[in-house]
Design a protein around this ligand. Structure first.
Ligand SMILES: [Zn+2]
Length: 327
């Protein structure tokens, strides 16, 4: 039976339903989407990453004219709306054929719609405000056993400044990449290097678009380009719906240094020129389901504008891609 897509953005979807949707898309759009990577979470859930481009069956073209965008969502378990936004991107690219748009078709879209499925399911079923992974910590930590690591403190850039308290919502982990979920992101970057030109990590709900660095106010050399791209997204959304996003470096906007973040990892270690957090504008972490569609549409306008801005104005940044090593 075909998957019913009509209600996809009228409710928050389970890990299982997301899997079914992706399977259905692979059936229906076999030339444009493939499941590109399958990792397994601590609790044994499949973590899928899809690759979308106009011709997935062809070997990646001459490395100079196809670049990658990596988008992830659900790094923080309770930020449900980000998972819907990631699915919406997949939906628009395929079912509305936006992958054929002139500037979009030049990219390989690599999308990880649910980075932390254990945390997401736990948040759906038991504790809406859960943020971390679900791996039990320590052999016997105090009397209460504490669980989980904040994935966005677990990357190996300024990791040491993160929280060492097991029970903290911001616990950094015993070491960088202690979590299967963050190792998976690291492995994706390694497969994509050096073709990945744009990394977008979806969070909610502060209405900000942030670029590196998160751990220090020292800006990256290309900060003006990142600021320009972020502003292109913010301006497009302001025009379309009146929502007002703030743009800036993460450490500046957040007023405190954050270690172990994925954008700093992408930019400083993997040398991805544009590495942004988009804190999707929503009413709390779990906006009413009736608002999902609207929030997804608004976010997609911003994301599309950022991709267009990169493709149109920063051609030299896009040079120097290597061959993709996807397997
Ligand atoms: Zn977050």
């Amino acid at each position: 039976m075909a998957f019913d897509t009509s209600k996809l953005f009228q409710a928050y979807q389970s890990h299982e339903t997301i899997k079914e949707y992706l399977d259905d898309l692979v059936q229906r759009f076999s030339t444009k989407i493939e499941i590109f990577s399958q990792a397994v979470s601590y609790e044994g859930r499949e973590i899928r990453t899809v690759r979308i481009c106009p011709d997935v069956k062809q070997p990646p073209r001459s490395p100079n004219n196809r670049w990658c965008i990596l988008i992830d969502a659900g790094i923080h378990a309770r930020e449900w709306i980000t998972v819907s936004v990631a699915l919406f991107i997949v939906h628009q690219l395929l079912e509305q054929d936006e992958i054929s748009a002139k500037s979009f078709r030049r990219f390989e879209w690599i999308i990880l719609p649910l980075l932390n499925p254990d945390g997401y399911e736990y948040s759906r079923e038991h504790n809406k405000m859960w943020r971390k992974t679900r791996r039990p910590l320590g052999a016997r930590n105090q009397r209460r056993s504490c669980v989980g690591v904040d994935c966005n403190r677990n990357f190996n850039v300024a990791w040491t400044i993160g929280s060492t308290r097991f029970c903290s919502l911001l616990y950094r982990g015993e070491r960088p990449f202690s979590e299967r979920e963050t190792k998976n992101v690291r492995d994706l970057f390694r497969k994509l290097r050096p073709s990945c030109k744009f990394y977008l990590s979806l969070h909610s709900y502060a209405k900000t678009i942030l670029y590196p660095r998160a751990y220090t106010r020292t800006l990256p050399r290309n900060w003006q380009m990142q600021q320009t791209i972020a502003e292109a997204g913010a301006t497009a959304m302001l025009k379309a719906t009146g929502v007002r996003y703030r743009c800036g470096s993460a450490a500046t906007v957040l007023h405190q240094p954050v270690g172990g973040s994925s954008i700093d990892y992408a930019h400083d270690i993997e040398k991805v020129p544009v590495a942004l957090v988009m804190e999707v504008a929503s009413k709390g972490f779990h906006p009413p389901e009736a608002q999902i569609q609207r929030i997804c549409e608004e976010s997609w306008i911003g994301i599309g504008a950022m991709v267009n801005c990169l493709a149109a104005n920063f051609r030299t940044t896009l040079k120097g891609s290597g061959t993709l090593h996807l397997r």
